[in-house]
Structure formats: structure tokens, C-alpha cells
Design a protein around this ligand. Sequence first.
Ligand code: 0A1
Ligand code: ZN
Length: 877
Amino acid sequence: MSEPQATHLKDYLPPAYRVTHTELKFDLAPSATTVTARLHVERHPEREAGLPLRFAGDKLSLVRIAVDGQTLEADEYEVDDEGLTIPSVPERFLLDTEVSIDPAANTALEGLYVSSGMFCTQCEPQGFRRITFYPDRPDVMATFSTTVVGDKTEAPVLLSNGNPVESGELPGGRHFVTWEDPHPKPSYLFALVAGKLEKVEDRFTTMSGRDVTLQIWVEPENLDKTDHAMASLKRAMRWDEETYGREYDLDRFMIVAVNDFNMGAMENKGLNIFNSAAVLTHPQTATDAAFQSVEGIVAHEYFHNWSGNRVTCRDWFQLSLKEGFTVFRDQSFSADINSAPVKRIEDVSFFRTAQFAEDAGPTAHPVRPDHYIEISNFYTLTIYEKGAEIVRMLRHLLGWETFRQGSDLYFARFDGQAVTIEDFVDCMAEVSGLDLSQFMRWYSQAGTPEIDAHGEYDYAKCEYHLRLSQRTPPTPGQAEKQPLHIPVRMGLVGTKSGNDMALTLDGESLGHETVLHLRDTEQTYVFTGIDEAPTPSLLRGFSAPVYLRYPYSREELSFLLTHDADDFNRWDAGQRLTMLALDDLIAAHRNGVEKVMDSRVIDAYRRLLTTETDDKAVLAEMLTLPSEAYIAEQQPMVDVDAIHAARVFVKQSLATALRDEFLAMHEAHRSDEPYAPEPDQIARRRVKNVALEYLMSIEDEEGVALAEAQVDAEDNMTDVRAALTMLVHSSRSDIAEPALKAFGEKWAHDPLVMNQWFTIQVTRPQEDVLERVKYLMAHPLFSLKNPNKVRALIGAFAAQNRVNFHRLDGEGYRLLADVVIELNRLNPEIAARIITPLTRWQRFDEQRQALMKAELERIRAEELSPNVFEMVERALA
Ligand code: 0A1
Ligand code: ZN
């Protein structure tokens, strides 16, 4: 294999030839599907005449090729590993090709493949080239007409994008359906599904009164698991009309659930394909978290119909144009229909754990990268989540009304086009009059900016001086960084009153809260008329994706925890307070000194547990300790054992000191109501299960009895899973093992539940877990070919079981490397994702670094896919 080459943003050129209309015919058979294509091709008006034609193609056997009806001679074209070249073509012509492909052998799950006996496709970003020869790039947009031919018994249902226009019987027990999609689209939005599927149907009337048929297609045994997705879809459709003025544009909208899928779901025009884990729910089989995630993903894919499909990306460097905006939209939707502060807390905790880690590691890249080897490696937290944070900053800088005008302008101006991030930001600049040129650096600069804040109160002058300085650490390939335009939402909390004080800056009165525009490396803000020493509440709602350092004392944090007007910052104050205690305990553990619990943390928790509050969802978040992964992100060098020990110590100390309070909290939040995935109920269950987790951390007898009873909860996977996890992770194997066995037997027929069964076991902190991981990998229900199972077992072990993955004998690393090597052949995309924990070696002690690097070297010695090659090269660079 020759070394894979990088593609660079600066080399962008429009294609020499484009396709305006695409006619496809699929003659489906698992091992030999024939794809016949008639492409209406023309020279791109911006490119010179006479250029050779080059279309992408991967793993296609060409049977026939003709230009304007004339079959080409062997010397008139050339096919290589990556595509088709025709040296000379007319300005405008019809290209006919017939190729044969092998969907059954497609374990990469890109292009057309077979999943549980069903044909399905995944074309983003570059899967369409595994279906036919094509200019497989997002700036080529064509209308599609697709005929699907299949066996009547094996594939009674034949779906593609758009509207069905014709269907009929064919000889030999076959039939066909022809679909037409009137909206020009890039090839990555093409979809086809065929198999033994059944549907649940509903209707939606759009704001202009058009009637849309909504269908969710699933395997027959899953028909009872579609209600929540359907309800979520209808809410999302209404929300997008009301919030963004966006209406659906076809007569039908279809969702299909498939079992083998590399990601969560895909926004193909009119025919969204979902990983079954991202669409199927039932109270008995799915947790509250799963219900909420389905709601968010259904909305995300639906919102892409405008932010992504109607207006798409010019090239893959612009991926965040559609993903950042769409994540921002789905986050806002979920915030609107659930608890807004909790949604923000959840998103930010995840962001500060996982995206910060990415930004600080060897695979750090800008939200708009300037080069890549394998674009599939760039479906990252940086492109998605940091991209969404950038859009959120724009929304804050402009205010909602103006931001909405910018969004309207963007959709109106670029409808039907493939555009760039500049096009989007320019619309925002145009409607607001703001100069966003410095702001654009957020897209080109990688790394997490750090803000250092210092406050000083001048009694004599009644002034508060706030000094903010910013710095972005170097990242691979970017040694020097420029200052960014950072919105810092803030307030000053009066120490006596506990209320936000009136803010006056440079003689201008700003109300009780303001957004500072930090643009320079260092800026000082002088607030006047401040008649008592305030406690600053900074970066409210996480108004920018940065690290904020301010030397808060524990007293100040306890104060903010009760008084900050911003829910998010109240929660954050609690997290910071706990982090200070954890830092001391981590140091104590490392130095072999006795651990002593900070009584201020216990007092803060006591207050939380005994003060009445309406917002149970926020309470549950406040009671939740930072995760080991989050704590690790805050440490200069990660000591996995010390972090684990310190966190367990805090949990047990709180449980011991506040045992009765936790028990009372648990009791107060039990309920006999039938299960519903409603925000109030979800919050109640969260509080109850968080309380039980504390009790179980000390294996309190009453706690154990409660968990044992809860494992049998009817119609409620949230409670069952929480209790089973606590038991399996405890030392009470006498109760855990029978419960685990009963659960496994009860749910052996349901892959999504069995994936949870795998995860519960491999995240056990006990030392013997590695044997369990190996044993489960040999379980008949496990398969490396199914990405969900890989994530549930290997992914969960490596990411969530930190003490055992990082074992000092290197066995955890070896196991992961073995899996990467095998997946490299089967499914390169998944291999390149699952390797991530190994790429973070710089963060650990020397001994672990050496072990992790040795495994990366061992992987590098293999014959690698471009996906894994790129990850390993970056990790070892
Ligand atoms: N556009 C989808 C994500 C997606 C990307 C690649 C896929 O297969 C390789 C599948 C889905 C989304 O944002 O939901
Ligand atoms: Zn998306």
C-alpha cells in the first residue's frame, strides 16, 4: 500500500464536470447487485473546456460504459483503485454505466450493505463512490430518479429518497418501485433501503397547510418501540416552523431503523436512516437517557433538512457549517422542551470532558480543518460540539432576533446551493453590522483558550476592577495563536445581599448582567458605583468554550452555590468546590497521606439535600460528582488510581455523613405513577437514583435492599439499569450475579438491551473485569461486525473503566490494540474511533506512556486503512 495522501482546503476547485440529473437502477442481490446509472453531465461553467473527466469509484466492477449511447472502447477510459478517467468528453452528454457490487461483503458499512438481511446505504461522506462512478463531492447537486428492483419475499419494501412515482411486478418473483426526488442534492444524501420492514404511520400538517405523511420503518418485532420517535419528530417539525420559520418540503418523511450503523443516524433527503439505538425506545427496554437521546437525534436529523440539505457544504472542510449549526439547533430544541439549565449542564459537562480532551491531544484540529487524509476521521466533537458553541456565541453576540434574521437571510440567499462557513458568518455580520473578522479565528484556530481572571475591589472609589487575559496553548501544527473574540457573560453578586448588583462600565449602565467582549490578550474592566465587595460570576451559561481560571476561595464558591442567579454557574460553583476537595485528596493519595474530607463540601451537600427546591432536575445535577474523566481533564498529569480513590472517598464520605438525608431523598422521590418520559418524572428518577448510588457506595444495608428490590421494577429500564449497575459494581456478588443472569436471560432476544448488559459488566471497577471483558467478547451475542456491540463492550471498557483500562501490566491497552487491528480490516471507520483512548498517551505517567506507545507502534506495523493510518500517525507525531 502506498502512503495515503492529504487533501488541502487551499486546493479547492469546482469540479470540471457536474451532474444535473441522476437516474439509477438497482437490481438487488446480496452478493451481486447491479447498479445502472445514467448521468446527465455537463462541464462546470467555471472550469476550462477540454479537461479530462474524473469520477470517483471504489470497489466497483465495471460491466459497461457509454457516452451519449456509444459504448466506450477499452482505450477510451481508464479505471483505477479510486475511480474512472475519460480523457475526452463532450461539453454536455449522457454517461451510462453498469457496475456490479457486493453488499454482503461490505463490513465497512459505507455505500450499500446488508444489515440483518436488509439492504441499506450510508453515503456520507464518501460512500456513494462504492455504489457507482460519480463526482462524489457535496458541491455537485443533482435531482435523482431511482428504481429499486428486489425479490418480493426477501425485500417486500423498497425505499429511496423523495416520492414514489411508479411500482410494479416483474418476472421471477421480483418487483420494483421508482422514486423521484425533485430537490437537487449531493450524492452523500442519497439513500436506499430494502427488506422485510413494517411501518408506523402518522401525519403532520405544515404551517402553510400541506399534509405530510410520516413513516417509521422497523423490523416487525420493533413496531412497539416507535411512539417516542414519532412524537419527537412531530415536535421537532413544529419547533422548526415556530423557531426558525422552516417548513418541510416533501409529501413524506421516512425514518428507517437499522441494526448495523457506524454513527447515530443520517439525514438523507426524505429518508433518514437511523441506528436502531438512536430511534427505538420502550419503557421496559430504554432508559430515560436513551429516550432523551432519541428525541435529540430525531430532531437533529430532521433539522438537517434545512441546515445541511437545502443549504449544504461546498466541500468537507465546511462540515461544521451543517453540523455545528444543526447541533446548536437540536440543543436549543431539547432545552426548550425539557429543563433548559439541565440541558446546558449536560452539554457542557460532556463538552468540557470530551472536547477539551480532544483539543488538548495529538488529534486537535480547528473547527474548519485545513487538511485531512480521511474525512471520516473528522466527524469529531470539535466539528460538531465546538462548532455548535461557536454558533451559540454568535447567537449571544447578535441577540436572538438578529440571529434569526441572519438565519433567514442565510437560508433565503443560499437555498439549493453548496456554500462555506464564510457565507454563513457573513449573513450574521450583514444583519447585525458587527465586524466578525476576528471572530472567524474560532474556525481556524485549534485548542481551548484559557482565560485568567483577577478581581480587585477598591473600597475608597467603590470600583471593581476585573482583569481578563486570554491565551490559547499551541496545538499540533499551530504553534502561534492569535487572541480571539470571546463573549464573557457575567454578573457581580453582592456579598451582603446575595443579588446581582447594577453594573456600570465606562459610564454606561448595563443592567444586572452583561456580556463582555474580550478581544485583546489582556483587558481590564472597571465597574463603578459598586458599594460592597462583590463575588464575580463569570462565563455564565458557559458563554464561550474556554477554560476559565479565577482564584475562588471555598467560601466564595459556597456562596455562589446558593446565591448565583445563573443556574448553570450555581452548578459550576458546586463542581469547582468539589474539585478543590478532590485536588487535595488526589495529592494525599499520591503522597500516601491520610485522606480527610473537606467539611465545607459536606455542608454544601447537606444544604442541597435539605433545602426545598422546585427544580429537581438541577438538584440531581448538583448532587452528581464530576466524573473521573472530567477530573482527569483538570489535572496536569493524569493519575488514574489517585483520581479513582479520591472520588470514591468523597462519595463514601458524603454517604456516611449524610446517610439519613440521602435515604430521605430517595424515599421522597419514589413514585408509583406509570412510566412516562416526561421531564418531571425523569428528574425525580434521577434524584432518587443519585441518592441510592451514594448509599450503595457504602453498601448501606437499607440501600442494598432498595437496589435489590428496584432491579425488578416493571416497565422501567431506568430504575432497573441503575440498580443493576450499582449491584454489579458493588462487592455484593451474591445479589448481583443472579440479577445479572436473570436480566441476560430475560432480554437475550433484544440486542439493544443486551448491549446495556455488556456495558454494565465491563464498567465494573473490580480488578477481575478484564477476564470478564474477554469472556464477553466470546459471547454468542457479541460481534465485532456490529458497531453498537463494539461500543457497548470495548468502547465502554476503554472510556469508562479507567482504572482497569490503564492497568499497569498494559493488558487493557493490549486488548484495545488487538481489537483495533481486527477492526482495521472489517470496519476502518469504527477502528479509527475506538482507538482514541490510546492516542491520549501524553497525559499519563512515563510507564503508561511507554505501554500505550508500544501498542500504537504495534498497530502502525500493520497494513493500515487510511483511517487508522491517519490516527496513528497523528498520535505518534
Ligand atoms: N450527518 C450525520 C452523521 C453521519 C456521518 C457519517 C456517517 O457515516 C459514516 C453517518 C452519519 C449526522 O450528523 O447525524
Ligand atoms: Zn448532523
